[in-house]
Ligand binder design. Structure first.
Ligand code: BG6
Length: 483
């Protein structure tokens, strides 16, 4: 008889999905909203910054979530979502970013959106800034290089906190806060390629975001002590390419490029290894004693995205950097990759969860994970259309099985929100061709499409995972039969 494998998700585990305003809402200039840095990247993170944005581009309408959120939330509810991670577009609330009074119409949209979620018993998790800043703050103030950004951000955050203090519990201060290092405009509204930007300027901007994030944590707890406020990093652990001690150290160093951001949020101060890095690289940043006090307001939980792992080596001949997400690193010969070269490593997620929990002993939240793939819409037996996305089911299943293992390892995990539960515009390449959803949206790279929604095969699969609280991942019935 085989030993039954049971899932380990807690009864109140928060299953759901995650979206970002600039990638799904569309309605770019509607109801008082103005352009954001998201609009100024019409060709993705590595394409040119275009100011003003062109006449037409995918994010302009995106999947029109702004007008179709009711239909979409109904589908999320059908899958049994407990939580939906959304972001609030700063420029809907403060169109230029430096106004004194908020735009009521922008707030009204999020009032309705959150109420609609609550109608189905779905909790809203809010990312305050997800890769978009009012464009005016980038062009007039230089984005996060300017200390004034902390005040503008504070005003925005306070407005939103006060509005939703009785409706929202989980908050994330910045999406993938570490991405600014490789994509400064995406992460911080700073123009120029990373290698062209003076390192002191870049780390000063990062410092401003740390202070802003700590301030958001402090203020949030004052407004409602029940708030749970977290940081969020893009997490792709590095394995040493070989057991050569130089590779081990190289992997440690590369990992610290990410861990630095979580360290400051969880420990309330700069780690020693960064002080050394600043000294050795002649990086000088202005950190006031008031900043140092603020940084002590540490987060309640740590959230992260996980799509892939990487390798690191100190051997110059083997150190071939391949691109994955916005960061590049060495390929792992043991792993397969997605069509976009993102290495598929479910066990890496168990590793990442353990690494973070061992380091911080704080609750964790996986707020992004998923497979970006090309989907083919085919007729289904009900006279409609579907996508037979077994590749996506396999990816998610393997990752969630490892999540269950990590929980058995002792990791405290609050929930899991898969990335793009409905197809949205990709961030790195700004395309619709790269799809993550359980729901297909008829929208294409050339901006054509009816915007009709269709359930993919993974829709009912994820529904079953949530319904069974993860038990279906282990196919208990099959184990019984086999046993
Ligand atoms: C994360 C971002 O980096 O990855 C999302 O937080 C993004 O905004 C997601 O969409 C997937 O990346 P991409 O480029 O495939 O959309």
């Amino acid at each position: 008889m085989t030993k039954e494998i049971k899932a380990s998700f807690s009864e109140n585990f928060l299953w759901g999905g995650a979206l970002a305003a600039s990638q799904c809402e569309g309605a770019t200039l509607e109801d008082g909203k103005k352009w954001t840095t998201g609009d100024a990247m019409p060709y993705g993170v590595f394409g040119d910054v275009v100011i003003p944005p062109p006449e037409n581009y995918l994010k302009k309408e995106a999947i029109d979530f702004y007008h179709r959120y009711k239909e979409d939330i109904k589908l999320f509810a059908e899958m049994g979502f407990k939580i939906l991670r959304i972001s609030i577009s700063w420029a809907r609330i403060f169109p230029n970013g430096d106004e004194a009074e908020p735009n009521e119409k922008g707030l009204a949209f999020y009032d309705n959106l959150i109420d609609e979620l609550h109608k189905y018993g779905i909790e809203a998790m809010i990312t305050l800034v997800h890769f978009e800043t009012p464009l005016y703050l980038a062009t007039e103030y230089g984005g996060w290089t300017n200390r004034k950004m902390i005040d503008f951000y504070q005003h925005f955050v306070e407005t939103v906190y006060n509005r939703y203090k009785d409706k929202v519990k989980y908050w994330i201060t910045f999406n993938e806060i570490n991405v600014i290092l490789d994509a400064p405009f995406n992460g911080g509204g700073i123009q120029g390629k990373p290698e062209e930007i003076d390192k002191s300027v870049l780390y000063q901007a990062i410092h401003h975001q740390f202070v802003a994030s700590a301030l958001a944590t402090k203020i949030g707890h004052e407004i409602n002590p029940e708030f749970k406020i977290g940081c969020m990093v893009a997490n792709s652990p590095h394995y040493p390419l070989t057991p050569n001690p130089d590779d081990i150290l190289e992997a440690m160093k590369r990992d610290r490029e990410t861990l630095f951001f979580a360290d400051v949020h969880a420990r309330g101060k700069y780690p020693g290894y960064m002080k050394r890095y600043f000294e050795e690289n002649d990086i000088h940043i202005d950190i006031t004693s008031e900043d140092q006090e603020l940084l002590k307001h540490t987060v309640d939980f740590i959230s992260f995205s996980y799509y892939m792992s990487y390798c690191a080596t100190a051997d110059e001949k083997l150190n071939v950097q391949e691109l994955g997400n916005v960061k590049s690193a060495v390929k792992n010969p043991y792993l397969e990759a997605s069509e976009w070269g993102w290495q598929i490593d479910p066990k890496g997620l168990r590793f990442a969860l353990n690494q973070f929990y061992d380091r911080y002993q704080l609750p964790l939240f996986i707020v992004e994970n998923g497979l970006g793939a090309v989907d083919d819409l085919v007729p289904d037996e009900k006279g409609s259309y579907t996508v037979i996305d077994d590749y996506r089911i396999n990816y998610l299943k393997a990752h969630l099985q490892q999540v269950s293992e990590a929980i058995k390892d002792g990791v405290e995990l609050l929930g899991y929100t898969s990335w793009g539960p409905i197809d949205i515009v990709s961030n790195t390449i700004s395309e619709m061709k790269k799809r993550y959803g359980f729901i297909y949206v008829d929208k294409h790279n050339d901006c054509s499409g009816t915007l009709e929604r269709y359930k993919k095969k993974s829709f009912s699969w994820y529904k079953e995972v949530i319904e069974s609280n993860g038990e279906s991942l282990f196919n208990i019935e099959k184990q019984r039969k086999d046993g």
